[in-house]
Design a protein around this ligand. Structure first.
Ligand SMILES: C[S@@+](CC[C@H](N)C(=O)[O-])C[C@H]1O[C@@H](n2cnc3c(N)ncnc32)[C@H](O)[C@@H]1O
Length: 284
């Protein structure tokens, strides 16, 4: 079989099974098997696949048909223009979280004129996507990255080493803010925010494969955010700020919750490109 036929056949198989973006997914799987980029696939469409390559491709297609996300099959994903190693222990970083990073970088650049090094904590770091992105964008910042999952932190460590920020990012195993060794200037968090009642409606890709502890936010989705707000006294330096990613429709409830802990806080809800309130920016 030649490359063009393999691509067409994999695309058709995925499309028939109802997999969204079947052609992109087929390109990713075939590119992975051949060790070439998606664009390179189109430079030699007549290349023959060996039987080993063809078998490998169909093994991957079968995993995708079983709803395993491509990021786990490939062991990688791209976030904020950076390549991250990923495995089953970590949540797959989503494009919408890039807005959180973008706003954190803007804010950090505004406040980093002060003489001391700015300190930022990424709470629930997972594979380290936010922490590594912030470290690369803000080379003067000290970043703490916490997670309750030791396995996720091992992946985060690999990503920190891979991108040369392991001395800038300190990984801490523990519940939310508990292990922070000093008050920080900024907290950034994409904590679990799926409501219990929403679980049954999640796609099988998410429900069957992503770690529940990275998703489950309790009855109203806000358990982890509330626990973190409770822990904040003593963990933030004077004039600090924090940014949270939230789920669709949670803006009003999160605002009230923050006001109940910090009545004087200035709170801004920032929408993503789809018009969904996605980031809460809080100044204290
Ligand atoms: C939605 S994922 C976000 C991962 C990553 N920050 C991102 O944006 O791609 C939530 C993360 O929070 C972690 N987490 C859940 N409960 C936690 C807790 N009590 N303390 C610290 N981290 C927690 C999970 O293990 C998971 O890695």
């Amino acid at each position: 079989m030649i490359l063009r036929e393999a691509l067409q056949s994999a695309t058709q198989t995925l499309r028939t099974a109802g997999i969204a973006d079947a052609s992109v997914e087929a390109e990713l799987l075939l590119g992975h098997v051949l060790g070439i980029s998606r664009t390179q696939l189109y430079t030699e469409p007549e290349r023959s696949l060996t039987s080993v390559e063809a078998e490998h491709l169909w093994r991957l297609v079968r995993r995708r048909l079983d709803h395993e996300p491509a990021a786990y099959i490939l062991g990688r994903c791209e976030f904020y223009g950076i390549d991250f190693y990923i495995d089953y222990h970590t949540f797959i970083p989503r494009p919408e979280t890039e807005l959180l990073v973008e706003k954190a970088v803007e804010l950090a650049q505004r406040i980093s004129h002060r003489e001391e090094q700015i300190t930022i904590a990424d709470i629930g770091t997972g594979c380290g996507a936010i922490a590594v992105s912030l470290a690369l964008a803000l080379p003067q910042a000290k970043i703490y990255a916490t997670d309750v999952s030791a396995s996720a932190l091992q992946v985060a460590e690999m990503n920190c080493r891979r991108h040369g920020v392991n001395s800038q990012v300190e990984l801490l195993l523990g519940n939310l803010l508990e292990q922070l060794p000093q008050p920080v200037d900024m907290i950034v968090a994409n904590l679990p925010y799926i409501k219990d009642c929403e679980f049954k409606d999640l796609s099988p890709e998410i429900r069957k494969f992503e770690p529940t502890m990275a998703l489950a936010g309790g009855e109203d989705g806000l358990d982890k955010i509330q626990q973190m707000l409770e822990q904040m006294p003593g963990k933030l330096s004077y004039g600090a700020c924090f940014l949270l990613e939230i789920g669709q429709g949670q803006g009003g409830m999160v605002t009230s919750l923050i006001k109940s802990y910090f009545p004087q806080a200035s709170i801004e809800l920032i929408s993503d490109l789809g018009g969904i309130e996605r980031v809460v920016k809080v100044g204290l």
